[in-house]
Ligand binder design. Structure first.
Ligand code: PHE
Length: 451
């Protein structure tokens, strides 16, 4: 039998995991959710939710994945043979494909905006027109589909390279580069006149703005940002060597993800305030605001505004790519492990599926905007289905599996590498996985149902 591939080093493991975690969730979603729920106070809730609820689920997924060395369905079947758990495993094969269906549309928007920056399209027009370009662009039929197709082609090409030659290689270059680029943008953003108001917004908590919905949103964001509940972490963990310390790779990923989100917020918010715009502007926030402010502030020096805008959209695109490949990999690993399908064929098949789904999502902003599922457009329906329901459900399944189905010695063995590392911390992590995380998720489900 062919040997299962492995990530080559600790750096490779963290680059791949953090590559999956750091994505549109950090640069595109975090700033506008933060804006909608009131800034600094939300960040505090977000960090607590991350530590006590999201991180334990991250560990649960890593423990299952590395222990079984298999795709999500195979892992459940192997560790709990003949039980319905495997169907839960199958669900987490499907969720990331649905997710990629709409994620790739936003990935496409970043391709298009990068293209616009490269061709000086933003500096050729008055700055004031830029924000309105966004809605015109996403509602037009062809351009976004073309951009989405380009994005999916890049994702497919990387995953075709395999775990080591494709995913690992790309993530090892992309991740450090991303950090440098986002720091450059933050530095620029902080020099904008009026930027201090953005920073104030990020550090001065106003707890009166924390509605019950903010707690659910914080957990939802933590899930989305750490790529939880969709089998991605489980699948990547199945490629981690037995000697690797799961606590270290998990913490390394979570810290990188949080740090990146905070730096991104420090890059985006000052620009939003400097432009005199509203932080709670919604999903268009970074696309409408940043090219506008870059152009406005660089008046007379189009080359500077163009350069900084290129840097910004390269950052979004690279971050989106490292995440999107991890979504596709879940299904590819499933087909390769369970159906013994050659990786190439599995990758192409699933890419086409997601591409078609993405076309429907893309059209749902314009041509198909009248088609509604339970009152939602196609894009919104998939987003709500995945981020509000399926991701937390997947997370619940994984923690219940580790906390209540797997034997405690097996879990301890996996987390402590046979009693050689993290022995003292195991009790706390186990408690969080067994009790705190499942209860937290159930509370959030209840909140979502009642709202
Ligand atoms: N974590 C990614 C982001 O922040 C999104 C993602 C979710 C990736 C689920 C993989 C699986 O953009």
């Amino acid at each position: 039998m062919k040997q299962r591939e492995h990530f080559g080093s600790r750096f490779a493991v963290i680059a791949a995991l953090a590559g999956s975690a750091v994505g549109l969730g950090n640069i595109w979603r975090f700033p506008y959710i933060l804006g909608q729920y009131g800034g600094a106070a939300f960040i505090i809730v977000y960090i607590i939710a991350g530590l006590v609820l999201a991180l334990p689920i991250f560990f649960a997924e890593s423990i299952i994945g590395r222990n079984a060395r298999s795709d999500t369905f195979g892992a459940m079947s192997k560790l709990a043979p003949g039980t319905p758990w495997r169907w839960a495993g199958l669900l987490t094969v499907i969720t990331p494909l649905l997710l990629l269906g709409y994620y790739s549309v936003v990935g496409g928007w970043s391709v298009q905006y990068l293209f616009k920056s490269l061709s000086f399209s933003f500096t050729d027009i008055p700055a004031e027109v830029i924000p309105s370009l966004f809605s015109r662009f996403i509602t037009s039929p062809w351009q976004p589909i073309l951009a989405h197709t380009a994005f999916m082609a890049m994702v497919t090409a990387i995953v075709l390279g395999g775990v080591k030659q494709g995913i690992e290689k790309f993530s090892k270059v992309a991740m450090p580069t991303l950090f440098v680029l986002i720091l450059v943008i933050m530095a620029y953003s902080l020099t904008l006149p009026g930027s201090f108001r953005g920073i104030e917004y990020l550090v001065k908590p106003d707890f009166s703005r924390l509605t019950p919905g903010a707690y659910a949103a914080a957990l939802g964001q933590a899930f989305f940002s750490l790529s939880l509940g969709v089998g991605t972490i489980l699948t990547y963990a199945s490629y981690i060597k037995k000697e690797e310390n799961l606590l270290v790779s998990g913490m390394g990923t979570a810290v990188s993800d949080l740090l990146f989100a905070l730096i991104a917020a420090c890059a985006v918010m000052p620009a939003v305030f400097a432009a005199g715009l509203q932080p709670g502007d919604g999903p268009g926030l970074v696309f409408e605001t940043l090219p506008f402010i870059f152009h406005k502030m660089g008046q007379g020096m189009p080359i500077v505004s163009t350069l900084i805008s290129i840097v910004f959209f390269v950052t979004i695109l690279a971050a989106a790519l490292t995440s999107a490949i991890s979504m596709l990999e879940v299904g590819v690993t499933f087909l390769a492990d369970e159906k013994k399908m050659p990786r190439r064929r599995a990758t192409l098949l699933l890419s086409i599926l997601c591409w078609v789904l993405g076309i429907l999502c893309s059209l749902s902003f314009g041509t198909l905007s009248h088609v509604k599922i339970l009152g939602f457009t196609f894009f919104d329906a998939l987003d709500t289905l995945c981020s509000v329901w399926l991701m937390p459900l997947g997370g619940l399944v994984f923690t219940l599996f580790v906390g209540w189905k797997m034997s405690k010695p097996a879990v301890r063995d996996e987390f402590t590498n046979g009693g050689t590392v993290n022995v003292r911390l195991f009790g706390v992590v186990y408690f969080l996985m067994r009790f705190v995380a499942p209860v937290g998720i159930l509370v959030v489900f209840a909140t979502n149902l009642l709202m």
